[in-house]
Design a protein around this ligand. Structure first.
Ligand code: ADE
Length: 223
């Protein structure tokens, strides 16, 4: 998969997305990630990419010209253009899976009060929010979005089952997990997990998964 991220803070994406699984996905060629500085596409010598809002109001609005320039430069028939914005559809695992088959994602990061709406209407295929809170800029949201998609690409996780076992993969939260030692400060690992009885272990996991979902995310059981 090819992913282009467009931001005025490229280092906010380059660092986080070069570590761990995202770094290995790039080294193994499963992901090509390019992070671009939007200011390189500014149409003025001051590299200014924002301006005052028409109609008044607080803050600055990102100008349309640099977004049109960069998207028109990068876009192909296979591209899907995504804008990270708190006004977007809220990301969940089902949404993530919907992006896994994309060949090329162009991820636009907002900043300031918002982006000139002509960008949204004309260039953007999907407006995505990572949750009902406002971040200081979309680069952080882009990191979350890209990580969630890339870890689903075939071959990226070492163990083919890992992504399928994730919380949300079956609509529920994952059961608790334990490792050695079997007893720590008087707290014991549940007997069943050490028993070697796979049938019983699966039953236990299914029950604890439902209990945890009921406790922390009852909304998932109602959906
Ligand atoms: N930019 C600022 N807040 C955001 C959010 N919650 N999701 C996506 N992009 C954002």
């Amino acid at each position: 998969m090819l992913i282009d991220i467009i931001t005025i803070f490229p280092e906010m994406c380059r660092g986080p997305l070069s570590e761990s699984i995202m770094g290995r996905a790039q080294q193994s060629g499963l992901l090509t990630l390019r992070v671009h500085d939007l200011r390189d596409y500014a149409d003025n010598k001051h590299r200014k990419v924002d301006d005052e809002p028409y109609g008044g109001g607080q803050g600055m609005v990102m100008k349309p010209e640099p977004f049109f320039a960069v998207v028109e430069h990068l876009r192909t028939e296979a591209s899907r253009v995504v804008l990270m914005t708190p006004q977007g559809r809220r990301l969940n695992q089902q949404e993530v899976v919907g992006f896994v088959s994309a060949e090329h994602l162009i991820v636009l990061c907002g900043h300031y009060e918002g982006i000139d709406h002509r960008v949204v209407e004309t260039l953007v295929d999907d407006e995505i929010s990572i949750g009902d809170y406002v971040l200081s800029n979309g680069a952080i949201a882009a990191n979350v979005f890209v990580d969630a998609i890339v870890r689903q690409l075939p071959g990226v996780l070492g163990d083919a089952r890992s992504a399928g076992d994730d919380s949300f993969a079956n609509g529920l939260l994952e059961a608790p997990c334990y490792t050695r030692p079997p007893e720590f400060r008087g707290m014991k690992v549940p007997e069943i997990l050490i028993s070697g009885n796979h049938g019983k272990v699966d039953e236990w996991k299914a029950r604890r998964s439902r209990e945890r979902t009921l406790q922390n995310r009852p909304d998932l059981l109602r959906e």
